[in-house]
Design a protein around this ligand. Structure first.
Ligand code: GAL
Length: 740
């Protein structure tokens, strides 16, 4: 007999509940449908949250953590309501669930054989996850398998929908893997070894595709959110908007970051900065690694005066040059820290590297930490943090049976610890003081899109770092493909080019001691690409504002290219990467090229493709960034490394840039602009400006939006769309017509 089980479904649709995803719950009995999958329950009631977004709660969520509980901001309802209404993307009856005897929650979501699934967070082995088994645990990276720095339980289907499992739990996904015996729609059985006189079979498949995604987890409850959209971009944008919109870094965050060796002292840092100044290499943020603290691993968060005798003066001197300090830390507290005693009762049962693990679900714990950080760091102008070691491995972090004073499970804490720290730093330390921050975190998870923290890794495989750009953009994550060292100048340059066209441009010399100019043979090209990044600040900052306001990731996978159509025909089209690349499954997985802002396609050289590579140009005309020459239209091209980052620009693109390179963003304020026009048709560019430093853009809507329209022969018209803040940059003083 089938057990009658309870399903907690959410009350009828109400936009009030959008602003408080966790609060609005009411109980309804689950419905049991007998049928093929008769051990599973079906669900009748989904709550509509916004056009094309529905939510369902299974079981009891009272003691569970929803990722959205920790989101940076409330859902951006106005923007979400601009989308058209959509039908639920699959038959609601077909979504099934069960509670197993061994206390697991299982869900089964129908898929079609021809459907491809993408996402599941920062996965380095590609974005397509069809026919994979994934264990989504926060951990160090593991190629394949799912464990990673950002194991976001959110996937996107080629049939135009996405599913987000909004609960902080380890989850195991069988993605179109595992055929049930009562499935009516099984793939054909193929005899693998027929006698010679019988018809020879088609291909035998060791993994016959299943008609579902099945997920299992431990826990009392689960919340599921489904998004429907016309394109992958729509679905991702809705996911980001529901989680409060994308992060809006301060302008300085988008400049060049340099981290010095762990044991550097004040003099060594000052000397290194002096070389940056002398040689004219850009520098916005100087990162200090563990040695700035009295003790590290575990940490004290207190200045090591033997290395930094006067941190206040040091920080101020740097600020006067327009350079900000960023501090490395891991969250595990040493007995030598003055907050240790107070934090001890507010921490978990187990330690990490013999440091206590505070439970920042407790307001007292948050206050103790943020008071200390304010006093020692923020007051003297420190701009933010690099939060290390919140990912794994099992043998480093707390065990799965550890206990925490808030009562949250060790497993939920592990899945959400990075997010919880972002939540505390962002709100209690920075936003409270109306100051923006940008920083780094080594683990993140669902609902993170609003946080100005980029994930980084120790894995250091260049190809995987490029893949990470696409993967992160599908899951509301920012990603820093940092540069540390290289075997030779060519690799150094190739890596620096990737970093320069990413969310976060950083040289992390904590162990290598490298400087941008360390490889003499490529030093001028390194400087050139760093300067190009700086010149593109108006363009990039505007792209980030689109992330913030509309949920469009600034640096993103090709599958997010606007207008990319996901309808059924796309996946049924014959594979042909040359004539019709964007209607093929092959190209949907292309992750060694990506979009930087609305108009620029980046195709870095890397690994085996260090000298030559293929680039697939989407439909439409594309032009060379440097020369304006026509390159192709919907075809594959072969390119050779000439020392410059391969950049291709859309027809009609208008790119706002600084007229001259600057050494940091302090110089970018008030700097004159130029507009570059590419191709053969009239195009437009928006320029977003605000103070670049505070949250006035949010609390007072203090921003400025200007629309520039440029014709193919360089005629410019300007329209100020919003005028609620002073300009950030200077005037547009020229138009460069790139395509002659
Ligand atoms: C690692 C981190 C590196 C560096 C180092 C310092 O865990 O990934 O970027 O910060 O610690 O000890």
């Amino acid at each position: 007999m089938i057990k009658k089980l309870f399903l907690t479904a959410l009350c009828a649709s109400s936009f009030a509940s959008l602003n408080n995803l966790s609060a609005m719950q009411c109980e309804t009995k689950g419905e049991t449908t007998k049928g093929d999958l008769s051990d599973l329950q079906s669900v009748k009631k989904w709550e509509k949250l916004a056009p094309g977004i529905w939510k369902l709660t299974i079981g009891d969520m009272n003691d569970e953590i929803r990722y959205t509980d920790y989101a940076a901001s409330k859902p951006k309802t106005t923007q979400l309501n601009k989308y058209e209404a959509k039908d639920f993307p699959f038959s609601q009856d077909e979504f099934k669930f069960m509670f197993t005897k061994d206390k697991k929650i299982v869900v089964r979501i129908p898929t079609d054989k021809k459907e491809s699934l993408y996402g599941f967070g920062l996965q380095y082995d590609g974005i397509k996850k069809t026919k994979k088994v994934l264990q989504l645990n926060v951990d160090h990276w593991a190629r394949g398998g799912g464990k990673t720095h950002g194991p976001v339980p959110f996937y996107i289907s080629s049939r135009g929908y996405g599913v987000f499992f909004n609960t902080a739990r380890f989850m195991k996904f069988y993605v179109q893997v595992g055929n049930r015996k009562d499935d009516k729609n099984l793939p054909p059985r193929v005899d693998r070894n027929p006698p010679a006189d019988e018809p020879q079979p088609g291909r035998w498949d060791s993994q016959p595709i299943s008609n579902a995604v099945e997920m299992s987890m431990n826990g009392n409850g689960l919340e599921v959110i489904v998004f429907a959209g016309d394109s992958v971009l729509d679905i991702v944008a809705k996911y980001n908007l529901l989680n409060g919109g994308g992060a809006m870094p301060p302008l300085w965050g988008l400049g060049f970051w340099h981290r010095v060796p762990s044991k550097f002292n004040e003099k060594q840092v000052r000397d290194e900065i002096a070389v940056f100044e002398k040689e004219g290499y850009p520098l916005d943020v100087l990162g200090l690694e563990p040695g700035w603290q009295t003790k590290s691993y575990p940490c004290t968060f207190e200045w090591q005066k033997k290395r930094f005798p006067n941190p206040g003066k040091f920080s101020q001197d740097l600020l006067n040059k327009g350079i900000r300090l960023n501090l490395w830390l891991n969250p595990y507290i040493s007995p030598s820290s003055r907050i240790y005693e107070k934090m001890y009762p507010l921490s978990g049962s187990h330690m990490v590297w013999l440091g206590i693990v505070p439970d920042y679900n407790l307001p007292e714990a948050r206050k103790i930490l943020t008071d200390q950080h304010y006093e020692d760091h923020i007051k003297i102008g420190v701009s933010g943090y690099k939060v290390d070691e919140v990912d794994g491995y099992d043998k480093w972090l707390w065990p799965d049976h550890a206990t925490f004073p808030s009562g949250k499970s060790a497993e939920a804490m592990r899945q959400s610890y990075g997010l919880l720290l972002e939540n505390m730093y962002y709100n209690d330390l920075f936003k409270k003081r109306n100051v923006r921050t940008y920083g780094l975190i080594r683990a993140n998870n669902g609902a993170a899109s609003g946080y100005p923290f980029a994930i980084y890794s120790d894995s250091y495989n260049h190809k995987e770092y490029i893949t990470g750009i696409s993967a992160a953009s599908l899951s509301g994550l920012l990603w820093a493909p940092e540069v540390r060292s290289a075997y030779n100048g060519k690799e150094w340059l190739n890596r620096m080019q990737t970093a320069a066209f990413s969310d976060f441009t950083m040289l992390n010399a904590w162990a290598s001691g490298k400087k941008p100019w360390s490889y003499k043979d490529v030093a001028p090209q390194i400087k050139e690409v760093m300067q190009l990044r700086m010149s593109l600040l108006p363009y990039l900052y505007t792209a980030f504002s689109e992330y913030n306001r509309k949920g469009i990731p600034p640096v993103r996978a090709m599958v997010l290219e606007a207008g990319f159509d996901l309808k059924e025909k796309v996946i049924q089209t014959k594979l042909d990467g040359i004539k019709n690349p964007y209607e093929t499954d092959k190209v949907m997985q292309k992750t060694d090229q990506y979009m930087f802002g609305p108009s620029i396609l980046v195709a870095p050289f890397y690994g085996r493709c260090r000298d030559k590579r293929e680039v697939v140009l989407p439909k439409g005309k594309w032009y060379d960034f440097y020369t304006g020459k026509f390159i192709g239209n919907g075809n594959s091209i072969k390119i050779t490394n000439n020392g410059r980052t391969p950049l291709f620009v859309k027809n009609g693109a208008v790119i706002p840039m600084l007229t001259k390179p600057v050494v940091n963003t302090k110089e970018a304020y008030g700097h004159e602009l130029k507009l570059r026009h590419y191709g053969k048709k009239t195009g437009t560019a928006y320029l977003y400006e605000d103070d670049g430093l505070t949250f006035d853009y949010e609390s007072k809507d203090a921003h400025r939006l200007t629309k520039y329209t440029v014709s193919a022969d360089g005629q410019l018209t300007k329209e100020v769309v919003t005028n609620k803040a002073k300009p950030m940059f200077g005037n547009v003083i020229k138009v460069e017509v790139m395509t002659k």
